[in-house]
Design a protein around this ligand. Structure first.
Ligand code: WTA
Length: 660
């Protein structure tokens, strides 16, 4: 981390106040109200969270202790009993919401389904019984590898209902990545589909699962459940593979929600870290339920009449927290869309908004940048007047993209919530509350009540106004990850040991650099570790390097991010070859395909540059900062005196762009 200098070049003075009408009707109505809540939570965080837990959730049994904090390990609502599927379903059935739309689903080919709370409850209960029938018990891990269809949400809720932690793997990952995750989680079952539709093509999901299970490569997996989606031919292994729809018919729709301990594991979600293999981020039941519930309510200002649409995939934390658990816990109507903008339908997002009169729309800056490129005629030709609130997540949004979103999509009337958070934080941490906090384009503004955030240096000392530094969280919060699955030391090391306050106080360091301006607004600048963000997806450079090196032609590889107008960053790989291999364009394609095979389509490098050597320090560390500069086409600046071989950099610059 010492290789990094955090500097901000952004100067932005525009400020937008919430509209009077919006503020008047919002859950949190004014800056004064936010500040009072914030002060109250800061003064007595345990009371703040306990009061909310009492008011907002259903508990089978109340907790004995609000927080047990043995740094860096937290337990929230200790001794409390609840079930998140009960909070997302059962408790709404005794109200008028029983026949309200829970999920509005639109398939890529144009098919659609509207599922009421009552229907969703029934399907979840049935599938929970299917899981039990196949021998899945409380505590068993279940992997979910599915397209964006309602069954994905049903599978998650059914797992939660019987207390089997789920681990959802994004459909863009390959068999190799699946295998690693199945094994790390020791998954007992896998829920998948025959395939999924993506950009007018069929993705063969079941085939990837078969590959991940072949030759006993994932020995813990006993059963595979398959949803029929594309009807493409697949092979079903007798005794191992079962059709979802066949088993659903054989079970009852009666399934009590298991009484879960507040700290029972709800799910594992794998995320890229700066070192080595993916980390299994563990979230537990009570704290996560409360945190996603209250952030959904206040940040998206959820009302019973709203149609809320988060465009994320269920394979990422944003889908977990803001398609499934947060909205459903609130009894809201949540939209699930299988498609993404594609050449055959560039305006599909706007069609979905128009068709279902979406009120709240939550997407990523990378999507917004691609909309800008497509031109405003596309959204302008649709009726977007139902929208009242917009949100973004995943990476910093550049102020011009923010302004475009505000003007073209929001018709200058919708507040924008730029939400900063991570897989590890469970829910949004820094964000405007839309009726209360004036926004500035490019800033995630201020911390959510109960979140004590700051900008510090490596000693944990707070920095001055507008000085760039490390973004840290100073007090535990209910939605925080509890550990890295099966690796508590890795949890401690990855998040709690980078910043060293002299008083020994534990600070959570998120991996992001930021500054805080004179109004206390946070301006997140991006990751300071070896993680790159491609279209908002976090990828570890190490994983991509390992994938490259596993190819026989590659001796060494170094991967960095290079700026890309639409995706934020693209993958740029520097590769040295084994003696008897020669650089060629066909080897470039071969290596790109190899990475796709090893990790998945999301990790395909944009550029592979062959080099005779990589620039290293005398201690053998690859000097990524210089490689980043070369990848970005910038001149090398700063201290290069520690370079082992000064000529390496000159050579690299000379070779640039030869083999793209
Ligand atoms: C980045 C996604 C700036 C950040 C919820 C973080 C952001 C990483 C923002 C987490 C934002 C997310 N402004 N940067 N509003 N939101 N990030 O785990 O670098 O997939 O650390 O969680 O995305 O990515 P993850």
């Amino acid at each position: 981390m010492s290789d990094v200098k955090i500097e901000s070049i952004l100067h932005e003075n525009r400020k937008f106040n919430p509209g009077a009408n919006f503020a008047e009707n919002a859950h949190i109505k004014s800056l004064a109200e936010y500040e009072a809540l914030y002060a109250q939570a800061e003064a007595d965080p345990l009371k703040f969270w306990a009061d909310l837990a009492e008011k907002e959730l259903h508990w089978f049994k109340k907790w004995d202790q609000v927080l047990d904090w043995q740094p860096p390990f937290a337990q929230w609502f200790v001794g409390g009993k609840l079930n998140i599927s009960y909070n997302c379903l059962d408790r709404h059935l005794t109200t008028w919401r029983r026949n309200k739309a829970a999920i509005i689903w639109e398939g890529e080919p144009g098919d659609s389904r509207i599922i009421t709370y009552d229907q969703l409850h029934r399907e979840v209960c049935q599938f929970a019984n299917v899981l039990k029938h196949l021998g899945i018990q409380k505590g068993d891990r279940v992997a979910i590898y599915m397209p964006m269809i309602p069954e994905a949400a049903i599978a998650m809720l059914a797992c939660a209902r019987i207390g089997a932690p789920h681990s959802v793997v994004f459909g863009g990952f390959s068999a190799e990545a699946l295998k690693d995750r199945f094994n790390d989680a020791q998954a007992k079952a896998v829920i998948t589909a025959d395939g999924g539709f993506r950009k007018d093509k069929v993705i063969a999901l079941k085939e990837q699962v078969d590959l991940a299970l072949a030759d006993n490569a994932s020995p813990t997996v006993e059963k595979v459940l398959v949803v029929e989606r594309t009807k493409e031919p697949i092979t079903m292994v007798e005794g191992r593979d079962f059709w979802w729809h066949e088993l659903q018919k054989q079970v009852s729709a009666d399934c009590q929600a298991e009484e879960m301990d507040s700290e029972d594991m709800l799910f594992i979600l794998y995320t890229s870290g700066s070192t080595g293999r993916p980390k299994g981020v563990v979230h537990t039941t009570g704290g996560y339920n409360l945190y996603t519930h209250i952030t959904s309510k206040w940040i998206f200002d959820l009302k019973d009449t709203d149609v809320f649409w988060c465009t994320a995939d269920i394979g990422w934390i944003t889908g977990h927290s803001y398609i499934v658990y947060g909205p459903l816990s609130n009894g809201a109507t949540t939209v699930m869309y299988e498609g993404v903008p594609r050449p055959s339908n560039l305006g599909c997002f706007w069609d979905v908004i128009e068709k279902y009169r979406v009120n709240i729309f939550y997407t990523a800056p990378t999507a917004i940048r691609s909309f800008i490129k497509m031109g405003e005629e596309i959204p302008n030709s649709r009726n977007l007047s139902s929208l009242r609130l917009l949100g973004t997540v995943g990476e910093p949004i550049n102020p011009e993209a923010w302004m475009w979103y505000h003007r073209v999509i929001g018709g200058e009337r919708c507040p924008i919530v730029d939400t900063w958070w991570q897989t590890e934080t469970g829910g949004v941490m820094i964000t405007p509350l839309p009726g209360a906090i004036p926004t500035k384009p490019g800033s995630a503004t201020r911390p959510f009540p109960g979140i004590i955030a700051d900008i510090v240096d490596l000693d944990g000392s707070p920095l001055a106004v507008n000085e760039g530094g490390y973004l840290v969280i100073k007090h535990p919060w209910p939605g925080m990850m509890r550990t890295v699955y099966n690796d508590p030391e890795r949890f401690r090391h990855s998040y709690w040991e980078h910043i060293h306050p002299i008083d020994g106080h534990y600070l959570y360091f998120a991996g992001d650099g930021s500054r805080k301006d004179e109004d206390g607004y946070f301006w997140v600048m991006g990751r300071v570790d070896d993680v790159i963000s491609v279209a908002g997806h976090r990828l570890g450079t190490m994983e991509i390097e390992s994938a490259l090196v596993s190819h026989p032609a590659v001796a060494e590889a170094a991967v960095v991010g290079c700026p890309d107008e639409i995706k934020g960053e693209e993958i740029y790989a520097f590769v040295t070859l084994e003696g008897d291999y020669a650089a060629s364009d066909s080897l470039v394609s071969e290596l790109k395909d190899h990475v796709v095979e090893e990790i998945g389509i999301i990790a395909r490098p944009k550029v592979i540059q062959f080099t005779d050597a990589l620039p290293k320090t005398r201690s053998g560390k690859i000097m990524r900062r210089h490689l980043r500069n070369i990848a970005a086409g910038k001149e090398i600046t700063g201290d290069i005196s520690t370079l082992e071989d000064m000529t390496v950099l000159d050579k690299l610059r000379g070779q640039e762009a030869k083999h793209h």
